[in-house]
Design a protein around this ligand. Structure first.
Ligand SMILES: [Zn+2]
Length: 593
């Protein structure tokens, strides 16, 4: 691990979980806990709890839980080091340099972020400058983008000059090689450096965490290309990033609604929809969607609605992207606009109200694909029918959920008038062909999955041990060799024992314990145990006493069983003396019960 336990604890102490969580979700006091609608699953009544005493959260609906780090990691879709840095920033704690990236790479990335931030400011100021930005502003005004849109998306203008940005950045002390690395400055064949973007409206591109990583630029005049992106760098991967996701993510996962994201092709379409009240919208960055895009989106949304240009090229692109969503197990629909109209034009001409029904009526993957395929092939012709079924089954074979597969096969059978059984056997053949193409999975992937039938008794006991340090001490003295039947419980007991050994368990021990758990599933398990309310200390004591009693009885019956076995063994060998000794022990043990 890159950071010491000490630093982690320091950040934890400075980040009150109620403060942190309530900056994302409104919390309501409920006894000693706080309640909210869970931000991680859909629900109508709150089952998401935050416990300030133990500094943990847990959702009884979806089972997610953990400490303040787990919350930020899950909500911001960050790894642990990023979450730690995020919370440290928030608490104004200065972190020592992490050792997971080399100092060179880290400092280069830092320089790139600085260059992009300065460039963005420069472009934005140019756009808003009364004289210098006039032409660009009038272009935006003509397309009805107001000042609010300019501010929300931090739009900018790259002046029609060759070295405006270069001069500004050089003055700020950046070296040529850094500027060339950023891609915002390029070098001519003659070796002269100049600005990449000239006479273009600038669209800053942020990553999901809101950090500026790239720019898109739309030309003001007639030059080509119409759209130009800054190149990929160590901070920008085009295949992964989506425009406006940092703004949209809040609206995608608004609790209580379907987590739905709209996907457009262009920046202007995206901005138009956002400013018209469809804030759950993102745009691909001038590329067709990739697996990485879908995986990135899947963290925030359950359903995607792809809005594409209704021309053959757009249709083909959407057909391809549908399969990506299916493969990742995400629901996907397609919204078709009238021929030749993009979302920007549509909303401008007909108003946001006209958009709503289109979103609600967007076609699911099945209907869309069927319509496109039937328009392309003639199904009354056998070859055409084979084409349609073949392409359809290809998509269906990518769906992992059996219920959905079943549903689609039934619909396909009804729509094409083909027997369902024939479709099934074709699908089976197709799948066999696909698996034989892939590497076979290593055998025994089940190994390591111990059966976790953690009985309620064991959970009660473990939760008591977590809640009351005194109980742990007593328990360890009475049953030093105790083993839980569940692997998870044993891991927790082991960690608890370690921590108790290192230091006296304190108020923060529960969350400290969680810090040491890296496995998310185990984290959920621990937070579930921690969040249990035990009422008064007397209730806890009584419950603990019952547990100890039960264990003692369990242990006794084990011993009795062992003795019975030894007696019968001794009888077989005819050792009368030994038999007598065991029988006495047995009677003694019985008397103790
Ligand atoms: Zn939940």
């Amino acid at each position: 691990m890159a950071f010491s336990e000490q630093v982690i604890d320091q950040v934890q102490q400075a980040s009150d979980i109620v403060d942190v969580v309530s900056s994302y979700v409104p919390l309501k006091r409920a006894g000693r806990n706080y309640k909210a609608l869970c931000p991680f699953h859909h629900e109508k009544t709150p089952s998401f709890m935050v416990n300030p005493d133990k500094q943990i959260f847990h959702c009884f609906g979806c089972g997610v839980g953990g400490d303040v780090f787990s919350f930020v990691m899950k909500h911001e879709q960050m790894g642990f080091p990023e979450a730690l840095r995020h919370l440290a920033d928030r608490a104004r704690i200065c972190l020592p340099e992490a050792s997971d990236t080399t100092p060179e790479a880290r400092s280069l990335n830092e320089r790139l972020y600085q260059i992009y931030a300065l460039a963005s400011e420069f472009y934005h100021t140019r756009l808003t400058n009364p004289a210098l930005g006039e032409q660009a502003r009038s272009y935006l005004a003509k397309r009805s983008f107001d000042l609010e849109a300019v501010k929300t998306f931090q739009l900018g203008f790259a002046p029609p000059e060759w070295r405006a940005l270069l001069q500004m950045l050089t003055k700020k002390g950046f070296r040529d090689e850094e500027l060339l690395r950023s891609g915002l400055i390029v070098r001519s064949v003659q070796g002269e450096a100049y600005d990449l973007f000239r006479n273009r409206i600038i669209f800053p591109i942020m990553n999901a965490q809101g950090k500026l990583i790239a720019f898109g630029g739309r030309v003001l005049g007639d030059e080509t290309p119409k759209y130009l992106n800054s190149p990929e760098t160590s901070i920008f991967k085009k295949r992964k990033e989506l425009y406006a996701l940092h703004l949209a993510k809040r609206f995608i996962s608004a609790p209580g609604a379907i987590r739905r994201v709209l996907i457009t092709e262009g920046y202007l379409d995206c901005i138009r929809l956002y400013m018209s009240g469809f804030q759950n919208v993102v745009a691909s960055l001038g590329t067709s969607l990739t697996e990485e895009h879908v995986r990135n989106l899947k963290r925030y949304a359950d359903e995607a609605i792809v809005i594409f240009d209704p021309d053959p090229a757009g249709e083909q692109a959407s057909l391809r992207s549908l399969d990506l969503f299916l493969e990742e197990g995400m629901a996907v629909k397609v919204l078709s606009l009238p021929q030749g109209i993009d979302p920007d034009d549509f909303v401008r001409a007909r108003g946001p109200e006209a958009m709503k029904p289109l979103i609600e009526e967007s076609q699911d993957f099945f209907d869309f694909k069927l319509r496109v395929l039937l328009a392309r092939y003639n199904r009354s012709d056998s070859l055409g029918l084979l084409k349609v079924t073949g392409e359809f089954l290809d998509s269906i074979s990518k769906i992992k959920n059996a219920v959905l597969v079943d549903r689609y096969l039934k619909r396909l059978s009804a729509n094409l008038g083909v027997e369902e059984t024939s479709l099934r056997s074709e699908l089976k053949k197709l799948k066999q062909k696909q698996t034989s193409l892939r590497f076979t999975k290593p055998a025994g992937s089940q190994v390591g999955q111990t059966s976790d039938k953690e009985g309620p008794f064991e959970n009660i006991l473990l939760s008591l041990l977590l809640n009351e340090p005194m109980h742990l001490t007593v328990f360890q003295e009475m049953f030093p060799h105790f083993v839980f039947s569940s692997e998870k419980a044993n891991k927790v007991l082991h960690l608890l024992g370690q921590m108790a050994h290192e230091e006296a368990l304190s108020r923060h021990s529960a969350s400290k314990l969680l810090n040491r758990v890296r496995d998310p599933e185990l984290k959920n398990y621990v937070s579930n145990l921690l969040v249990r309310e035990w009422g008064s200390a007397r209730d806890r004591d009584r419950a603990f006493h019952d547990c100890m009693e039960r264990l003692r009885k369990g242990e006794r019956s084990e011993q009795l069983k062992a003795l019975r076995h030894q007696i019968s063994q001794a009888e077989k060998t005819g050792d009368e003396k030994l038999v007598l000794q065991y029988v006495r022990e047995y009677q003694g043990l019985l008397g103790k019960g």
